[in-house]
Each structure stands twice: as structure tokens, then as C-alpha cells.
Design a protein around this ligand. Structure first.
Ligand code: ACO
Length: 321
């Protein structure tokens, strides 16, 4: 069966660490509140870098590991909601930075589900026989979109990038599902920059991210188990066969709740938000890369990736490693 397989992973996080105690100096919060509500202890934040530079660094590491040359890449999809520019796309910038001269490149906007959407989209191209080799990246600098005086959001996020090289193969992605619900867009929203208006004499203003945390929580713990069950059902895969559930790293309590609803042991739900916070579209590929490099993924292992985020968007992919 023609499918697509991840043949290399890479990730990158900025050097600068910002702890919960550091944030307690700028907003009314404390380490204990943040840790117990979210599982986050620290995050990495950019100074000079942008989304595309981080993406290119993660991409280079994934390429190195895969042995695929930049010029062999036919498609680059960057899942991000914090592009450095409206245009050119971040994917085009990455193309230039890594020398992927033969690739068609575009960004995909699905917030924290960006990597899963991008991977599934590349998979569809590969399955259709249109491309054979793709580079999928999730990269976000949400620190640039956050209101740093809003304790309800600023404690949650971090910056980072993760990437995967995907090739046509006999085994790999076994199934996938994606969903969107645009009627709930206001639950998690980042104001537009395209809000200037000549005729109304209005200059464009930078909008910050706002979130209804409890609605996001309810959405995630309902929809993630649902979509995971669907992918398993689609492919006739028993839940017990899944070695790891690699979920978007928003919040440890969301992961615990998903595990409980699926009746699966937490041992199968790796987590690293403790160190990086919620890196949005980058969280799944960063975690996948860490697991891969730590030798935790063995050929044949069945792994679920599942993302959820603004849009609202959510989805899951079943992979045989
Ligand atoms: N430090 C201390 N107190 C805080 C902080 C903070 N950083 N933030 C909020 N509070 C206060 C609130 O003001 C409120 O105080 P009040 O009772 O005096 O009004 C109190 O804590 C409780 O606020 P809630 O919003 O009800 O807190 P909750 O227990 O729901 O936790 C949280 C908030 C962690 C955001 C939770 O709703 C959650 O986990 N939501 C999921 C959303 C999520 O993870 N989003 C990540 C981004 S979205 C994504 O990736 C898809």
C-alpha cells in the first residue's frame, strides 16, 4: 500500500529559559498555580529569532537525520499561526534558508493543530502520487502575540519548532482524521493585523491573543478522545496496540483527562510541556523528535499524534513507525 513514512525528525528551541518565578515578577501569579494548573515549569523564548529561522533549524536537523538532500524535497508545509510576515510565507523563507530549490512551499494555518494538519495534507499528496518527498514543520513564536500583562494567557506559552521529513513508502501513516468548527473561533483568538482601513481612517493595530480557558479545556477533552477513537476504528486498530499517544502539549491536565477517558495508562502519554510550555504547532514534532532521538520509537510501533487548537481545529494521525 502506498503511504507516507517519517524518515527523519528535528527540533529547535531558543536558548533563553523563562521560569514561572520569572513571570511572577511581571504578573500576579506564582509557580505553584502555574504548575498545578498546567504542568508547566519553564518555557523557552526567542530574543532575535523568528518563526522561519527556528523552522529552518529544526528542518536542517530532520534532513540530516533522514539523509534526504534539500534539493530532493518536493513540498514544504509550515504549520504556524505566527508567521514572521504576511508574505512571503514562512515556508518560502525556509526553502531559501535550507536550499530546497525544487520544493513548492506554503504555510498552513490551524493554530496548535498545524503540524497534524500539515502532515495529513502531505500524506494526501503522497498517497495521490503527486509528490514523494515532503518536509513538514510546526514552528511558532506565540511570545510575540501574547499580552504579557495578561496572567491568564502569558504563563502558558513558549516558542519552538519541530520538523519531519516524510517519504512515500509501503508503511507509515495508517490513518488520519481532521476536523474544524469555525463557529467556535472566538474561544481562542488572536486579533488580526489586517484591521486598518483607509476609508475609515484607521491604522492597523496589533491584536493580542485571548482565550476562554475553560471552553478550550472542555473542547479538548471531548474532541481528542473522539477523533483518536475514530482513527482507530477506521483502521481496525485496537487501543491496546498503541505504544504512544503524542498529544499537543497544551496542558498536563488535558492529557490526564484524555488518558482517563480513553482508559489508557498515562505511561503511554509522553509529556514535555514542563520544560517548553505550550509551543503551539511545534509541540507535537518537538516531542516526537525528543522521543525519536532518545531511541524510544522502534520500527513497527504504532503511534497516535493528536492536535487541537484555535479555529477550532483538531485531528489525529495513526503512524506505524
Ligand atoms: N496565576 C494566578 N492566578 C490566575 C492565573 C495565573 N497565571 N490565571 C488566572 N488566574 C486566576 C483567575 O483570575 C481566577 O481568579 P478569580 O477566581 O479570582 O477570578 C482563578 O485563577 C481561576 O481562573 P480560571 O480561568 O477559572 O482557572 P482554571 O482553573 O480554569 O485554569 C487554565 C486556567 C489553566 C487556562 C485552564 O482553564 C485550562 O487548562 N484551560 C485549557 C486551555 C489551555 O491549555 N490553553 C492553552 C492554549 S490553547 C491550545 O493550545 C489549544
Amino acid at each position: 500500500m502506498l503511504t507516507s513514512r517519517i524518515v527523519g525528525t528535528g527540533s529547535y528551541v531558543p536558548e533563553q529559559i523563562v521560569t514561572n518565578d520569572d513571570l511572577a515578577k511581571i504578573v500576579d501569579t506564582n509557580d505553584e498555580w502555574i504548575r498545578t494548573r498546567t504542568g508547566i515549569r519553564q518555557r523557552r523564548l526567542v530574543t532575535e529569532e523568528g518563526t522561519s529561522q527556528m523552522a529552518a533549524k529544526a528542518a536542517k536537523r530532520a534532513l540530516e537525520q533522514s539523509g534526504v538532500k534539500p534539493e530532493e524535497i518536493e513540498l514544504i508545509i509550515l504549520g504556524t499561526s505566527s508567521q514572521d510576515y504576511c508574505f512571503p510565507s514562512g515556508a518560502c523563507e525556509v526553502q531559501a534558508m535550507i536550499g530546497a530549490v525544487n520544493a513548492v512551499c506554503y504555510d498552513l494555518s490551524a493554530a496548535c493543530t498545524g503540524f497534524v494538519y500539515a502532515l495529513n495534507t502531505a500524506h494526501a499528496f503522497i498517497k495521490a502520487g503527486i509528490y514523494r518527498t515532503a518536509l513538514i514543520i510546526g514552528s511558532d513564536v506565540l511570545s510575540k502575540l501574547i499580552d504579557w500583562s495578561d496572567r491568564g494567557t502569558c504563563v502558558l506559552f513558549g516558542d519552538g519548532a519541530g520538523a519531519a521529513v516524510v517519504k512515500a513508502d509501503e508503511t507509515g501513516i495508517l490513518g488520519m482524521r481532521m476536523y474544524s468548527d469555525g463557529t467556535k473561533g472566538d474561544v481562542l483568538i488572536c486579533g488580526a493585523r489586517t484591521n486598518g482601513n483607509f476609508l475609515l481612517g484607521k491604522k492597523p493595530e496589533l491584536g493580542y491573543m485571548t482565550m476562554n480557558g475553560q471552553e478550550v479545556f472542555k473542547f479538548a477533552v471531548k474532541k481528542v478522545p473522539e477523533v483518536i477513537r475514530q482513527v482507530l476504528e477506521d483502521t481496525g486498530t485496537p487501543m491496546e496496540e498503541i505504544r504512544y499517544f503524542v498529544l499537543h502539549q497544551a496542558n498536563y491536565r488535558i492529557i490526564e483527562s484524555v488518558a482517563k477517558r480513553l482508559k489508557v495508562d498515562m505511561e503511554k502519554f509522553p509529556a514535555n510541556m514542563e520544560y517548553y510550555g505550550n509551543t503551539s504547532g511545534a509541540s507535537i514534532p518537538i516531542l516526537l523528535d525528543e522521543m525519536n532521538r532518545a531511541g524510544k520509537l522502534n520500527p513497527g510501533d504504532k503511534i497516535i499524534l493528536s492536535g487541537f487548537g484555535g479555529g477550532l481545529t483538531w485531528g489525529a494521525t495513526l503512524i506505524q513507525w
